[in-house]
Design a protein. Structure first.
Lengths: 410, 252
């Protein structure tokens, strides 16, 4: 075995140009892999963080609300929200009742020009969860005690409306019965909430939204914040046991159909991306290894005539490829990690248009998320590329008959 | 001989169908529309009504005072419930204005808002704006007569002359005595049934029959129904000029 290993590694150094080409192919493959996988992780992770920031890692809604959620069926509300909040807080988690409603927003006389979402939540939600007070681009945060007459606007909405701090805005929404229902509010601040969806929203107090929708003691949903998206399912399962929450649907973010689908889709893209890179790189390795086998047909014939088994021949070529693969994969992972780290730190500004038509809280700046897992997976796949690429040529080499090999050489 | 037999068959058929069909005068589709327009349009009208909206298992009742002048001007004020009291609407031609007392503001309703249910009802603001003058807006084709609640009705298939109307097609059952559209089916361009509008409990005012109750069902929302019952009604009453101005909207 030791002799075989030495022979394989020595073979790797025999044609340095070809080995360098193979190593370079694997280097490129692993670099692309680590960047791609980190990028996807960052995209999904960012989305989950934004969901957690806007809708909670876990949420409580009326079961009937989910089926028609995109239509904002206000009549499917939690009429008495206080016991729901208490049950969540008793379980040790922060609960924020929310009402989100589609509104027409106007500064002038005519209604019908500007649409947006108006969110009603408590001050703590805006401060601690959405962190809006730290993301003001103009004006100030809600004045304590005067929240009911004040509103904040996302920067895109403010720009679309041409609204400035101090303007009085009219929000025309609907009650849960469908009657037109207006509220007025003075614009006190404009925020850059970090994602396109949030930047197209307006923010008011929960009390104002309760009035607007005529749900005096209720909310549409209660967002539960646990600070760790990975624990969402476990927390949701715990909360479902609470008697006060039995009539409602307690959902972890990953259980929401839209996000479950998104997660599945990301998994699929992950697989397709990794599979494609591995396949293309393995093809490159296969090409160079096939050349090696052809060049060494006579040599393999001699080795076979001297009693080397077929498996040993396969081993010889695969180990040679793995050696070259390691030479490419290690710097490839290092180079890819460097790029991914840069993308994690700085991100790429995609602009709001990229998520303008998507009702998901997608950040306008996409960041990669480099992790040890991604680095290890990329390294392992880099070696896989080498092994896979070498497999077919080595099987071909193993099938060489000594007599044929020597005859062809002559 | 053949003529007598035919007469006998006709008499038997008429008696079998009942008295409802026996006295139907011969009117063309256009004449029927003209008679409906005579009944439903007016010089001035003052009325009080209750509007009960049943939707998503909830029932909400509004009390409304309404004034109308011709087909182009209308004003309504919500008296109850307390949350909506003081809300006023003014229709001037194809424009609709609304006064919302909670924000003390007059707003013009336009764009997508017009297609929403008026105060959550099954009647849209667009329905409110639409002229009752069917002869101007629709071409009518007469279909075979039918009975509605045992009363003889002409059946008309109305197709819109232009795209300016809310409903491109209406199928209308017109009571042959009252000259009222006792049942209407309102269709979208695709042929989908959108609403069913029933007019009932007619009351005679001089030469005019006017329905004291209307029921509108939105066929796109299961269980959604709006019932309007007129509790007071006066035609040809003198109305203040100011009612049909935006000043009236803000008047307390």
């Amino acid at each position: 075995m030791g002799d075989l290993l030495r022979m394989a590694l020595r073979n790797a150094a025999r044609n340095t140009r070809r080995s360098a080409l193979t190593a370079l192919t694997i280097l490129l493959g692993t670099t692309l892999l680590i960047i791609g996988l980190s990028w996807l992780d960052g995209l999904l992770g960012g989305l989950i963080d934004n969901i957690a920031a806007t809708a909670g890692e876990v949420r409580v809604i009326k079961p009937e609300y989910e089926a028609r959620e995109e239509l904002f069926p206000l009549y499917e509300n939690i009429a008495e929200v206080a016991p729901v909040v208490k049950a969540i807080e008793d379980a040790g988690f922060a609960a924020h009742p929310l009402i989100r409603v589609g509104v027409t927003i106007s500064r002038g006389e005519e209604i019908g020009e500007h649409f947006g979402l108006l969110l009603g939540a408590d001050r703590a939600y805006y401060e601690r969860v959405m962190d809006l007070d730290a993301h003001l681009v103009d004006g100030a945060f809600f004045t304590p005690g005067e929240e009911s007459s004040q509103v904040l606007l996302g920067k895109t909405l403010a720009s679309d409306l041409g609204a400035s701090v101090g303007d009085e805005l009219l929000f025309l929404g609907q009650t849960q019965d469908g009657s037109i229902s207006p509220i007025k509010g003075v614009l006190v601040g404009v925020v850059d909430a970090g994602d396109a969806l949030s930047n197209r929203q307006a923010y008011a107090s929960l009390e104002r939204l309760q009035y607007l929708t005529d749900i005096p003691d209720g909310a549409i949903e209660v967002a539960v914040h646990i600070g760790d998206p990975d624990r969402a399912r476990e927390v949701a399962a715990t909360l479902r046991e609470s008697p006060a929450l039995k009539p409602y649907l307690v959902q972890a973010w990953s259980e929401r159909p839209m996000f479950a689908m998104l997660s599945d889709m990301t998994g699929l893209v992950y697989g397709v991306l990794a599979g494609s890179i591995v396949f293309i790189t393995a093809l490159g390795v296969l090409n160079t290894m096939l050349m090696s086998v052809l060049e060494r047909t006579a040599e393999v014939g001699v080795l076979r005539a001297l009693g080397m088994g077929r498996l040993s021949v396969v081993f010889l070529f695969v180990v040679e490829a793995l050696g070259i693969g390691a030479l490419g994969a290690v710097p490839g992972v290092a180079l890819g990690a460097l790029v991914a780290y840069y993308l994690e730190l700085n991100g790429v500004e995609m602009g709001e248009k990229i998520s303008a038509d998507v009702s998901l809280p997608m950040s306008t700046t996409f960041h990669a998320d480099l992790s040890v897992e991604v680095a290890l997976v990329s390294l392992a796949l880099g070696l896989c590329m080498a092994a896979l690429g070498a497999l077919l040529p080595s099987i071909r080499a193993a099938g060489i008959q000594p007599v044929d090999a020597m005859r062809s050489h002559r | 001989m053949i003529t007598r037999r035919a007469l006998l068959v006709a008499c038997l058929a008429a008696s079998a169908l009942g008295p409802a069909f026996a006295a139907a005068p011969t009117l063309t589709a256009d004449q029927i529309l003209a008679r409906i327009d005579q009944n439903l349009t007016f010089e001035t009208r003052s009325s009080r009504m209750t509007m009960t909206v049943t939707k998503n298992g909830r029932v909400k009742t509004y009390e409304i005072v309404s004034y109308g002048r011709g087909a182009e001007e209308g004003a309504t004020e919500y008296i109850a419930p307390a949350r909506d009291a003081g809300t006023k609407m003014l229709k001037k031609g194809d424009e609709l204005w609304m006064y919302m007392p909670s924000v003390e503001k007059v707003q013009k309703i336009s764009g997508h808002m017009l297609r929403q249910g008026m105060m959550g009802s099954d009647l849209s603001y667009e329905d409110m704006l639409e002229s009752d003058d069917w002869r101007t807006n629709y071409n009518a084709v007469a279909l075979p007569d039918e009975a509605v609640n045992g009363r003889a009705c002409w059946v008309l298939d109305l197709k819109a002359k232009s795209e300016d109307v809310s409903y491109p097609r209406r199928k209308v059952w017109v009571d042959q005595q009252w000259l009222l559209p006792v049942r209407q089916e309102l269709y979208a361009l695709s042929g989908m049934l959108l609403k069913v509008w029933i007019m009932s409990d007619p009351k005679q005012y001089g030469d005019r029959w006017y329905p004291m109750k209307m029921t509108v069902e939105d066929k796109l929302q299961q269980g959604s129904k709006t019932e309007i019952v007129f509790t007071e009604m006066q035609f040809s009453v003198p109305l203040e000029e100011e009612i049909f101005t935006t000043r009236w909207l803000e008047r307390r």
